[in-house]
Write a protein that binds this ligand. Sequence first.
Ligand code: CAA
Length: 258
Amino acid sequence: MAYETIIVEIEDHVALVKLNRPDALNALNAQLLTELADAMGAAQKNDKVRCIVLTGSEKAFAAGADIKMMSEKSFTEVFTEDLFGPETAEISRVRKPIIAAVSGYALGGGCELAMLCDFIIASDTAKFGQPEVNLGVMAGIGGTQRLTRAIGKAKAMDMNLTGRFMDAEEAERAGLVSRIVPAKKLMEEAMAAAAKIAEKSMISVMAIKESVNRSFEVPLQEGLLFERRLFHSTFATEDQKEGMAAFVEKRTPQFRDR
Ligand code: CAA
């Protein structure tokens, strides 16, 4: 598929996916979401790719779902087409890690898209918010669900009910972002984090992603059992033998994803 609203570059083992609707601050319209889901699926299938970085522009990661696209839609239309459902489900099925590198606005669907990723590295200019309430609607891609799990009820209610923005420092304190870096260093840091992940065994990496995500779905004892059984299963891999032998022999492991 040829893309018009995103740019995909593969650098070594990292797929860099850049949202590219600068005139609309990367607002998520149907075309962008279709292209993004396609690019994520392609990165999942591409054996060369071991980690994905999703980013926007310096001014905006994404300023939300495209309000102009949505403004004339009826209930029947959005319900029947399951607006935002299929594409976001496809992105959440990607088993390789996805890092969101967020600079500027990450609002509404933009904040939700960042939360669909596995962790968020924010520039010191990042601003997060769920301002859908100002439009007479509400969040629809996880702003009341993933955000609540990330930052707790008090702040999630505050963000969703008032529509206020959270700066990078507050977002880091609240647990929404994993680290803050100066705006100029954002891409360097995000790509370095991705390269570090790309060095690991893909079996460990995918199992970790699956296990952390499982913690949101199941009670603690079930999650702990799931984790322990996955941990046990890593002992069936060559990479476990290699990783532990390399530690004992004081050398760098050479993982082969086996
Ligand atoms: N949808 C469509 N177009 C958008 C947009 C959006 N979400 N956000 C910005 N744009 C467009 C503007 O309309 C403008 O285009 P024109 O020049 O053609 O008028 C262009 O991007 C630049 O925007 P501004 O002139 O508004 O830039 P600014 O710097 O003055 O303000 C902003 C930036 C505070 C982010 C402001 O654009 C804004 O408030 N945007 C909307 C944010 C929002 O409400 N997001 C939630 C959307 S609903 C949603 O996401 C639902 C969901 O959960 C699934």
